[in-house]
Design a protein around this ligand. Structure first.
Ligand code: GDP
Ligand code: MN
Length: 405
């Protein structure tokens, strides 16, 4: 379906957009890549019916969330009857799924994929991502596929074969063959594997993906190759070329604070710490995070309000930081260059009076109109702890965060 992006969709996006496994498999299918037959369901009863419809002795019930590691968290269950399929669905839907890649609270599951099971001879790993060093996509493959590829990458990186891809020419035939033989695939699987590597690469390039993984790619007992899992991330700067991908977005899976920030034109990334940061300029924001760490604290976020932020944007940034329950103190670090310190002060005052300022606020201002900015803050009646420089600001924020936790 042709659809033009609304301005909101254009801007309210994280830097990489993710989709669910069942959607990735739909794209694989369209690209000619073999995937198991499956049904997308939302209730235990539908899961039972899907098992019947598949008509196979074995099926797999899989939680559809954007995070991986589902197998380890109990989000992938093998079932042998409609009754078992219903029970597996009920268990997975009952509570948020916690995996090594989700937060400790886990991710609620709304959707399940019920697929025909297969007899696995061997699990391989195949992935494509951008190698920033080479400035090219790189295709990786390993015989050590399955649930522990991260360990393989960390401890035995020589077990991951790599070829770099010419973005205009795609994967060369000799490259595909070197991978297929390098994996030690049986003779009858060499040609299908080469075809699959080419199809995956073309899909990656056509869709402006930033990451594509098939883990595991399985060799079945009867010698076939099947993409048993699928993960695709897309470069959001190219989303305007892919309305079909925009349709696949699931906003429930995206961090609401990150979406809100993107809508307000702010660069925000949620982190695990307790000190909320509001900074102008990406470099200064990184420096601020480092200085917080040096002072013994940890940042709750990266937030760059940009060089020319308005008072409204500063106010929006404040509200986003305050909506994070982990935040125990806020550190505002602004160098007034293009943006003037009095504008920042206005934004802080507006936000603090609109939302209840529930945590200590440390402010370090420097640059254009700094005197005016400080004066506004001092006379505003809000509780501000001023700092003389960044080290002082970080030390004070760390102290406040410790004291108020
Ligand atoms: P992930 O843990 O989120 O990466 O989920 P996967 O889709 O990769 O599934 C995890 C594991 O479940 C796989 O590595 C397989 O070992 C197993 N699995 C998934 N589907 C099947 C199947 O059809 N048959 C069998 N025997 N195992 C399966
Ligand atoms: Mn997997």
């Amino acid at each position: 379906m042709e659809r033009v992006l609304t301005p909101c969709e254009e801007t309210s996006k994280p830097s990489h957009v993710k989709i669910h496994e069942y959607q990735a498999k739909q794209l694989f299918r369209e690209a000619g890549i073999q995937v198991p037959t499956g049904h997308v369901v939302a209730t235990p009863a539908e899961a039972g019916a899907a098992f019947e419809a598949l008509g196979q002795p074995l099926a797999v019930v899989k939680a559809q969330i954007h995070a991986g590691g589902r197998g380890k968290g109990g989000g992938v269950k093998l079932v042998r009857s409609a009754q078992e399929a219903r029970q597996a669905a009920e268990a997975i839907l009952a509570k948020p799924l916690v995996t090594p890649q989700t937060s400790a609270e886990g991710q609620p599951v709304k959707t399940l994929l019920v697929e025909e099971g297969c007899d696995i001879e061997h699990e391989y790993y195949v992935g494509i991502t951008l190698d920033r060093g080479l400035g090219r996509p790189v295709l990786m493959a390993s015989t050590e596929g399955g649930m522990d590829i991260e360990t393989v990458a960390a401890e035995t990186p020589e077990k991951i074969l790599k070829v770099s891809i010419d973005p205009s020419g795609g994967l060369a035939a000799w490259q595909a063959r070197s991978l297929a033989y390098g994996l030690g695939l049986p003779a009858e699987a060499i040609k299908p594997a080469c075809q699959l590597f080419g199809q995956l690469t073309q899909l990656y390039l056509d869709k402006d993906a930033s990451l594509m993984e098939v883990n595991p790619l399985v060799l079945t007992k009867d010698g076939g190759l099947l993409a048993l899992d699928g993960k695709i991330n897309f470069d959001s700067n190219a989303l305007y070329r892919h309305p079909d991908v925009v349709e696949m977005r699931d906003l429930d899976e995206e961090d609401p604070r990150e979406s809100k920030a993107a809508e307000a034109g702010l660069a925000y990334i949620a982190l695990d710490g307790t000190i909320g940061c509001l900074v102008n300029g990406a470099g200064l924001a990184m420096g601020t995070m480092d200085t917080i760490q040096l002072a013994g604290g940890s940042p709750a976020n990266f937030l760059d309000v940009g060089g020319g932020a308005t008072a409204e944007q500063v106010s929006a940034a404040f509200k986003i930081i305050l909506s994070d329950p982990k935040v125990r103190a806020i550190l505002v670090n602004i160098f007034g260059g293009i943006m003037k310190c009095d504008v920042i002060a206005d934004g802080i005052i507006a936000a603090a009076s609109e939302t209840k300022l529930s945590v200590p606020l440390v402010v370090r201002l420097e640059g254009t109109n700094v005197e005016r900015g400080r004066e506004l803050l001092e006379t505003s009646g809000i509780d501000v702890i001023t700092a003389s420089d960044l080290a002082d600001a970080a030390a004070k924020a760390v102290e406040c965060a410790g004291a108020s936790s």
